[in-house]
Write a protein that binds this ligand. Structure first.
Ligand SMILES: Nc1nc2c(ncn2[C@@H]2O[C@H](COP(=O)(O)OP(=O)(O)O)[C@@H](O)[C@H]2O)c(=O)[nH]1
Ligand SMILES: [Mg+2]
Length: 240
């Protein structure tokens, strides 16, 4: 199909009017060919930007996502299987969907994990500052991301996040988290989903790390008709 699509285009370019005449002759078949050309969509050109959140169970992945998407927080712990949330953002001055996938934990469902990594454009790796173990559990996840993405990893936004920084029983120092982030060549931030500390900043920074597209959480608002008219009138006025 694809090959025939290309052939149609290059023919019409090189032979011009004669090909058009041929199309009229084979009127019934031509539209089918044409449709196949238009339906081919490159997934990389789609308007979705996929962010995947990884980390051990209980570190606050779901809480961070829910705080960001809905502005809510709950004290109870409800284990997640996999949930995806969607937000409208601006990408290269166009409207785009930010897809946030909240995963189950560190190493359950390896096939799902590999699929999420292959599809993901950016990653948030969460540990709890109250658990050294949760930071250690991120190492195999980071290694798997590095393995699947290969040399592309350099351009992939990754944030290492120390959540629950409102807690007093700290096991991981801020500088320890920062040192690991430096080793993994990614950014580091401490957050609290509970007190809403650095949550929006986390997503903002992640989008800023993406250098292949220009992305922002703010949508550029379109001017209304009356705004445009007012501006036009203002431009016409002059001091007599
Ligand atoms: N103190 C504190 N508790 C939090 C924070 N974020 C999440 N929690 C609590 O940690 C538990 C696990 O949170 P959850 O988001 O379900 O963790 P997940 O398994 O990583 O998705 C819940 O009881 C939350 O209320 C935080 O920033 N500070
Ligand atoms: Mg969860």
């Amino acid at each position: 199909m694809a090959a025939s699509g290309r052939a149609v285009r290059s023919n019409s370019k090189t032979t011009g009017m004669n090909v058009d005449a041929d199309i009229w002759k084979t009127k019934d078949k031509a539209p089918t060919k044409d449709r196949s050309v238009r339906l081919r969509v490159n997934p990389e050109q789609s308007n979705d930007y996929r962010v995947v959140v990884f980390g051990a169970g209980g570190v606050g992945k779901s809480s961070l996502v829910l705080r960001f998407v809905r502005g809510t927080f709950r004290d109870s712990y409800i284990p997640t299987i996999e949930d995806t949330y969607r937000q409208v953002i601006s990408c290269n001055k166009q409207v785009c969907t930010l897809q946030i996938t909240d995963t189950t934990g560190s190493h359950q469902f390896p096939a799902m994990q590999r699929l999420s990594i292959s599809k993901g454009h950016a990653f948030i790796l969460v540990y709890s500052i109250t658990s050294r173990q949760s930071l250690e559990e991120l190492k195999p996840i980071f290694e798997e991301i590095a393995e699947i993405k290969g040399t592309d990893i350099e351009g992939i936004p990754i944030m290492l996040v120390g959540n629950k920084c409102d807690e007093v029983n700290r096991e991981v120092g801020t500088s320890e988290g920062a040192a690991i982030a430096k080793r993994w060549n990614c950014a580091h931030l401490e957050t609290s989903a509970k007190t809403n500390y650095n949550v929006k900043e986390l997503f903002q920074e992640l989008l800023q790390l993406e250098k292949r597209r220009t992305m922002s959480l703010q949508l550029e608002t379109k001017k209304t008709r009356s705004q445009k008219r007012k501006e036009k009138l203002r431009g016409k006025c002059s001091i007599m």
